[in-house]
Design a protein around this ligand. Structure first.
Ligand code: 5AD
Ligand code: SF4
Length: 441
């Protein structure tokens, strides 16, 4: 029998990347091998994102491109899954305009992928199966990890926050936590397998356990994971500033394996906009939270997500965001242009901001943050930091790239077999997004 190949193209966040690892796990168990060449693939899966319009347009463009491959190779199976498929109008459009798509499934039923694939290969007709809600937790699936030393672990699915701009609660459903014992068992297995760093995933990890009858919370989960032998680093993403309480600050500061990286999406610096976004905190409360974190944890690296051009955002509101950035001095910020998502309250707000204005504001914010990041990184000069080596640097293959506990990218010279190792590096030069150094041990 000839070899069979698959290609999965993933859009969006880490949750999607992890879902793709599960789909790849199923395919690998069935004997398929990964390929980067679409022409060579027998199965092509697009795992989609709908957080902003741009992400959706990219997907539609890609689906269109795949049509000629299907014409050349009628045995090719094309599947689309992920957040976009949780929207009825999108699925209707796919059915109507893209008849070359064989399987459509959603985020709540990725565990049915294997059955769907089998059925599509037998029947040769398009199959659409999307669940509206997470009826159950996704059962255990094989996982094909990209790296041996690092792994994603989902701790909670869904989001109950309903920020007014956000489509996620509509496509990922209500909050559902995984049992603590399952998570701990999975991480123990990973650590035995050589995994040094785990990234705990959830749209709002601080809500962990709140849907259980017994009293379990995120602090408790972290405390248990911290005891796992051979595991070296614990990260988590994403936290909601409203729920990041003193108990959690104390816990993450106390536990030696939990990294000193805090990703706390602020979204806006104006109290008026924060209220309209339904974020549940004021700028003053946010700033106070950062102060509390820094008081306990002077070396904390703090990053954020922020949006410009939310409906009704005036120059004054935007100035409040710039001002908050100057005050807080984030290590890093993911900055986005607000995108209207149909089905969310903010999409109906009247005062939408002009595209040109949004672009200008984004540029101002990016310029400001780049300066702040460079300034923040100067404190690393001359310091020796622990780096988990990820492999050759993408920009310069002759060098190694890795990350500090604070999640800074470090470039240094060394041999490829250091990949997956924790080593000490002395920092000699810094830029906005990268530190450069020399291995000391
Ligand atoms: N438009 C732009 N950015 C958005 N995000 C969420 N919804 C939207 C939207 N409609 C951003 C938020 C969130 C990050 C993952 O994506 O900043 O924290
Ligand atoms: Fe979206 Fe808000 Fe939930 Fe984050 S917390 S996924 S921004 S609704």
């Amino acid at each position: 029998m000839r070899d069979e190949f698959f290609k999965i193209k993933t859009y969006g966040c880490q949750m999607n990347e992890h879902d793709s690892e599960k789909i790849a796990g199923v395919l690998e168990e069935k004997g398929y091998q990964p390929t980067e060449e679409l022409e060579q693939a027998d199965v092509i899966i697009l795992n989609t994102c709908c957080i902003r319009e741009k992400a959706e347009l990219k997907v539609f463009g890609k689906v269109g491109e795949l049509k000629h491959l299907k014409r050349k190779n009628p045995d090719l199976i094309i599947g689309i899954c992920g957040c976009m498929m949780q929207q009825e109008d999108v699925v209707a459009e796919i059915k109507e305009k893209y008849s070359h798509v064989d399987i459509v499934f959603g985020t709540h039923n990725i565990h049915q992928f294997e059955e769907l694939l089998k059925e599509a290969q037998l029947k040769r007709e398009p199959l659409v199966k999307v669940w509206d809600e997470g009826k159950e937790l996704i059962p255990k699936m094989p996982v094909r990890r990209e790296e041996d030393y690092r792994a994603y672990v989902t701790i909670i699915y869904g989001c109950d926050n309903f920020c007014t701009y956000c489509i996620v609660p509509h496509v990922r459903g209500r909050e559902r936590s995984r049992p603590l014992a399952d998570i701990v068992a999975e991480i123990k297995e990973l650590a035995t397998d050589g995994v040094k760093e785990v990234m705990l995933l959830g749209q709002n990890v601080n809500s962990y356990g709140q849907d259980f009858e017994q009293e379990v919370d995120f602090s408790q989960l972290l405390t248990e994971i911290n005891q796992i032998e051979d595991l070296k680093r614990i990260r988590y993403m994403t936290s909601h500033p409203r729920d990041f309480n003193q108990k959690l600050i104390d816990t993450v500061s106390r536990l030696d394996k939990v990294c000193n990286q805090f990703h706390l999406p602020v979204q806006a610096g104006s109290n008026k906009i924060l209220a309209e976004m339904n974020r549940g905190y004021t700028r003053e409360e946010y700033i106070q939270l950062i102060e509390k974190i820094r008081a306990k944890n002077p070396n904390a690296a703090i990053s954020t997500d922020v949006m410009v051009g939310f409906p009704g955002e005036t120059e004054k509101d935007f100035a409040d965001t710039l001002d908050l950035f100057k005050q807080v001095k984030f290590d890093m910020a993911y900055s986005f242009i607000y995108s209207q998502r149909s089905g969310t309250p903010a999409a109906e707000y009247k005062e939408q901001v002009a595209e040109e204005v949004k672009k200008e504001r984004l540029q101002k914010l990016l310029d400001l943050q780049s300066e702040i990041s460079r300034e923040q990184n100067k404190s690393y000069l001359g310091q020796t930091v622990e780096v988990l080596i990820e492999g050759p640097s993408k920009k310069d293959k002759s060098k190694l790239s890795g990350r500090t506990r604070s999640n800074k990218i470090v470039i240094c010279e060394g041999s490829d077999d250091l990949t997956g190792e924790l080593i000490n590096v002395k920092i000699k030069k810094v830029q906005s997004w990268t530190l450069f150094g020399e291995i000391t041990d």
